[in-house]
Design a protein. Structure first.
Length: 232
């Protein structure tokens, strides 16, 4: 029931994952692009959009000045009808981007608001956009969990707050494990972003635990044998 978006910046991996029907969209960000060795932002984005014209793809602005963010958002949105513009919830100085989000959505530009951590941030967005705003609200569940808090409660509250907004979807971001997909689906989250390494573990879902236990024991044993360990 939940839409799975693949998160990454490796062109070949993106195109390979696009062959899977259960991948409903894609997201990336400047950090992932840098790690993937992307040099030209526009060329990278246009190559992906040319080969994947029918699934939503989120590309992030990288300016820190709000006016420059807006200019970048307008430019990037012109690259394809399936583009969602990733806007951070604040700039690096903590200045809210909500006024910008309001302006963009009023121009019918689809946005993906990223780096959301609190209900206060969600409420501020919802209080300033109209009921027709086309938005994805990306809540960084994994990073919230890193602080010892259970992100499910924040995401569930966000879903309830946004239920009257026809085109707003809540996204579970910074996924850490396969279990998160089930957790997100159980609370009614609309989208979850999943990295390729976690997608590769989907074949483990509901795996027999006794069998998995034995495989783990064999792995430890075989590694010890290959290392020629001895105690003497």
């Amino acid at each position: 029931m939940i839409d799975i978006y693949a998160d990454g910046a490796d062109v070949n991996k993106i195109l390979e994952l696009n062959k899977n029907n259960f991948i409903r969209g894609f997201t990336t960000n400047p950090s992932l692009m840098r790690n993937a060795g992307i040099v030209n932002y526009k060329d990278f984005a246009k190559e992906i959009l040319k080969k994947i014209p029918d699934k939503p793809i989120s590309f992030e602005v990288f300016a820190d000045n709000i006016e420059l963010m807006e200019a970048q958002a307008l430019e990037i949105s012109s690259w394809g009808k399936n583009v969602n513009i990733k806007i951070p919830i604040t700039n690096t100085k903590g200045v809210s981007t909500v006024p910008l989000i309001k302006r963009l959505t009023e121009r019918k530009i689809k946005c993906n608001i990223t780096a959301i951590f609190t209900i206060k941030q969600i409420s501020l967005i919802l209080d300033n956009v109209n009921l027709e705003a086309n938005l994805i609200l990306s809540i960084f569940a994994g990073r919230i969990a890193d602080t010892g808090r259970d992100p499910k409660y924040i995401i569930k509250e966000a879903i309830d707050l946004a239920k009257n907004y026809k085109q707003i979807k809540i996204l579970w971001a910074s996924t850490r494990e396969v279990l998160n997909i089930s957790q997100a689906e159980e609370i009614g989250c609309h989208i979850i972003t999943v990295t390729p390494d976690i997608l590769e573990k989907l074949n483990l879902k509901n795996k027999n635990l006794e069998e998995y236990s034995l495989e783990t024991v064999k792995m430890f044993y075989n590694d010890a044998q290959k290392s020629n360990y001895n105690i003497s």
